[in-house]
Design a protein around this ligand. Structure first.
Ligand SMILES: C[S@@+](CC[C@H](N)C(=O)[O-])C[C@H]1O[C@@H](n2cnc3c(N)ncnc32)[C@H](O)[C@@H]1O
Length: 474
């Protein structure tokens, strides 16, 4: 549920960029080729194509395969200037820097010494057209966009709960709004308003009047859950992660990430120990269900005792530890940036893997440790095709002839069907120069170029895919 809200928020940011770039107005007169549309919107063609591809499953825009043109279906038409009706109010609201500021820092605003401004939450969290007299007159296409745009308020409410650790306070049972407020240092009124919003998301429930309790989805906000969603929500509020989505129109316009030139998102968090720790924890929690799925694969994968498994860019080693637990006769090597190594050592020690796993600080573009199985979990999508092939080449040179490469990534569909990878692709445009989510054909091209053959692909939790590749026979 919480990941679904984050995905909807990414799409809502996509809608905002779509409008701010002027795509609906540019297509108001009829279909246009990508090149003409990019010219009219002053946008980078590749980034614009990725934005359109992400919004197509929501029927905001469609591609005509015969004419090779993009055109507006009825949902997209409602965003043309002059036809927005009740949606105009929310679009205008975006233009206010104060609105963006309040949305971004809402968790801090609620605990600041300043009394919470009257109407602040109504303004921030209310559905887009709630204050509009014409809300009831919305057409179905307008309503479908309004529904998507509620994700801004939904995410803000979830970020408050995550930052204020509501789930840890509610773990032993229901609390009244007043009790929850007292334990978090916030006035009860905003607590009640936000808790009610979280009830609509099925994160909280009210067993008795004015009391709140965690649902199964709410439990995943707890700090101590291996699959906790708290760090994912915290990452959404990181200034660069936030900026990459809020300024997506600028990113698509320039074709450049929301970063200082020459820096990477990893440089940004690498210089900020708190952010690095939240990111590493985010990856650990996100990878927990993937690790379980890999463990099941490993049980029948005929990996010989004595094999060495190398986790390339392995984070704290979540995937590696699960595989080593399943394969007691194997050893592991974790390759990571040196800033991640202390957390990785702790994680591996907590999982009794220190004695079976070597932790290596280094750069996967420079050298990859040799082994029999190489793991690449959510690494390739951060890099351009050229860089991805360089990483794969390094692995090809470090694997045995009978070695295997296990890749975990989103694999995008070929047609305009909903997929979690599209939201991640929008975010990646803002964070990783050249990074992108890819289709199966695109992965096959990269693997072939680096001397691998894709053998199998299988679905994993979160809409991810596990791919197995082997060195191509000479
Ligand atoms: C998205 S995370 C994936 C972590 C882990 N594989 C997982 O699936 O949980 C990508 C990882 O690549 C690491 N990384 C980035 N650049 C690297 C480099 N040049 N050499 C080694 N690791 C790198 C980052 O520190 C980060 O932990």
């Amino acid at each position: 549920m919480i990941q679904r809200v984050i995905n909807r928020y990414w799409m809502a940011c996509g809608v905002r960029a779509f409008i701010r770039l002027g795509v609906p107005d540019a297509l108001a007169g009829g279909g246009l080729s990508l090149r003409h549309l990019a010219e009219q919107c002053d946008a980078h063609p590749d980034f614009l194509a990725r934005l359109l591809r992400a919004l197509a499953p929501h029927a905001l825009v469609a591609a005509d395969a015969t004419t090779n043109q993009w055109w507006l279906p009825p949902v997209g038409e409602t965003l043309i200037t002059g036809r927005r009706g009740a949606l105009e109010a929310v679009i205008e609201r975006w233009e206010s820097p104060a609105y963006e500021h309040d949305l971004r820092v809402l968790p801090e605003l609620l605990t600041s010494a300043v009394t919470t401004r009257p109407g602040l939450l109504l303004d921030l969290l209310s559905p887009p057209a709630a204050n509009s007299a014409s809300a009831t007159e919305m057409s179905d296409p307008q309503r479908s966009i309004a529904d998507l745009l509620t994700a801004f308020g939904d995410l803000a409410a979830l970020r408050v709960a995550a930052e204020h650790r509501w789930a840890d306070k509610l773990r032993d049972g229901a609390l009244s709004a007043a009790d929850l407020a007292e334990r978090t240092g916030v006035h009860p009124d905003p607590v009640r308003e936000i808790a009610d919003r979280l009830r609509t998301l099925d994160v909280l429930t009210s067993p008795v009047d004015d009391h709140y309790e965690l649902t199964a989805a709410g439990q995943t906000l707890r700090y101590d859950r291996p699959d906790s969603m708290r760090p994912a929500l915290q990452m959404c509020g990181h200034p660069v992660w936030w900026g990459a989505m809020w300024h997506l129109d600028t990113v698509v316009g320039t074709g450049q990430p929301y970063l200082a030139p020459g820096t990477s998102a990893y440089d940004v968090i690498g210089g900020d120990p708190v952010a690095q720790s939240v990111f590493d924890r985010f990856m650990t929690c996100r990878s927990a269900p993937i690790a379980e799925a890999l463990r099941i694969w490993a049980a029948t994968a005929a990996i010989e005792p004595g094999s060495v498994i190398v986790d390339v860019g392995g984070g704290r080693g979540t995937l590696l530890a699960a595989l080593l637990e399943e394969l007691p006769g194997c050893r592991g090597v974790l390759l990571e940036r040196s800033v991640v190594l202390p957390a990785a050592r702790t994680y591996l020690a907590d999982h009794q893997m220190s004695g079976r796993c070597e932790v290596v600080g280094g750069d996967f573009f420079a050298q990859v440790p040799s082994g029999d199985v190489h793991l690449l979990g959510s690494v390739l999508h951060n890099w351009s095709d050229k860089d991805a092939v360089a990483i794969l080449n390094g692995i090809r040179g470090a694997t045995t002839g009978t070695g295997r490469l296990v890749i975990v990534e989103y694999v995008l569909p070929n047609g305009p069907e909903p997929h979690s990878g599209y939201g991640m692709d929008l975010r990646g445009m803002g964070l990783f120069a050249g990074g992108r989510e890819r289709t199966a054909a695109e992965f096959t091209t990269l693997l072939t170029e680096a001397g691998f053959t894709l053998l199998a692909a299988c679905s994993l939790p979160h809409g991810l895919t596990r791919m197995i590749a082997v060195p191509t026979a000479a």
